[in-house]
Ligand binder design. Structure first.
Ligand code: PLP
Length: 348
């Protein structure tokens, strides 16, 4: 039996042997009392890595973003955000539903950025007609795309001048940092810190490319994290002996950052392998997410393609626009099987 190649998401990874061992030996306490040593160690590690005073370990990126938006904003405030960003589009409208914080969504430019002029004109004057503009939320990577560093600096400077707080949904911050470091010939951790340094708060997922089973961290000032901790309690509370999960995340920070470059190389290998097929438009990947559009006569064949891939043991998602995500549990042989299966489908 050949194994499955799961390209649906980088969330599907299984903990490695080393990670399982770290989880098994993690010292535990009760994190609601604040005395789980493994949780505390993780929070200190990620805060220090990204240059913040404090961090909060939470079960999901969704809860992390919710805590961040509600810690930055009051009822009747608004956050400026991109249409395609997770904390606007994919989180059940949580900030509005649970926090009475209104989103002000903006369209993205082709490179994923929000135009500075659009941000500026979205900031409302202090007038009772308007919600109070309080926060700019960006996301990096966004759909696998890297926000240019110069852009991040400009957008966050603009926000600061306008009196807005700045939050980064950095679910895949380390993918961004690794890609940026490869491009600049610098070091990934330094790039992660440089990106994070432009923001008042940053949320990072351990359960994506970093390969941990569960968890995200929200980073910020001591005072901000105290507010986020109170909101976390309202938003379902905290975990108790969470140290095993924190140890997995800690292990990922120690061992799984540099190797994200392998995932990026595999996404490029997949893109290259699909080049030149009639009916497929392949967008060159910048990190570990590859989008492939079905065009022309292939436009309506996405379901058939997914069925064909499933019959070959390859899992992916998409409708018109297929998404393939590389990660810790995919190797070059798996990618080559995906290429062969897709090429086979289009030969018929
Ligand atoms: C996955 C993701 C989240 C949410 O993380 P969950 O742990 O699935 O709740 C938030 N933002 C971005 C950009 C993500 O990719």
């Amino acid at each position: 039996m050949t194994s499955k190649v799961d390209l649906r998401s980088d969330t599907v990874t299984q903990p490695t042997e080393g990670m399982r061992a770290a989880m098994a030996r993690a010292p535990l306490g009760d994190d609601v009392f604040g005395d789980d040593p493994s949780v505390n160690a993780l929070q200190e590690k990620i805060a220090a890595m990204l240059g913040f005073e404090a961090a909060l370990f939470v079960p999901t990126g969704t809860q992390s973003n919710l805590c961040a938006i509600l810690a930055h904003c009051q009822r009747g405030d608004e956050y400026i955000v991109g249409q395609m960003q997770h904390c606007y589009r994919w989180e059940g409208g949580g900030a509005a539903v649970l926090g009475s914080v209104q989103p002000q969504p903006l369209n993205h430019q082709a490179d994923g950025t929000l135009a500075l002029a659009d941000i500026e004109s979205a900031v409302k004057p202090d007038d009772p007609h308007f919600a109070r503009s309080r926060l700019l939320a960006l996301e990096n990577t966004l759909g696998g795309k890297l926000l240019p560093m110069a852009y991040i600096e400009q957008a966050t400077d603009l926000a600061r001048r306008q009196g807005l707080a700045r939050h980064l949904d950095g679910a895949r911050l380390f993918n961004a940092a690794v890609a940026q470091a490869a491009f600049l010939g610098t070091e990934a951790r330094a790039e992660a810190r440089r990106i994070a340094g432009c923001f008042d708060s940053v949320s990072v997922c351990f359960s994506k490319g970093l390969g941990a089973p569960v968890g995200s961290a929200l980073c910020g000032s001591v005072e901000f994290i105290a507010r986020a901790r109170r909101i976390r309690k309202m938003a379902g509370g905290a975990m108790r002996q969470a140290g095993g999960l924190a140890a997995a995340a800690s292990y990922a920070l120690d061992h799984h950052i540099a190797r994200l470059a392998d995932d990026h190389a595999l996404a490029t290998r997949l893109a290259d392998g699909l080049a030149g097929l009639d009916g497929l438009q392949v967008e060159a990947p910048q990190t570990n997410i590859l989008f492939v559009d079905l065009v022309g006569s292939a436009r309506d064949r996405s379901e058939a393609l997914l069925r064909h891939l499933a019959s070959e043991g390859i899992q992916a998602t998409g409708l018109y626009r297929m998404r393939f995500v590389t990660h810790l549990d995919v190797d070059a042989a798996g990618v080559d099987r995906a290429i062969a299966a897709i090429r086979g489908f289009f030969k018929d």
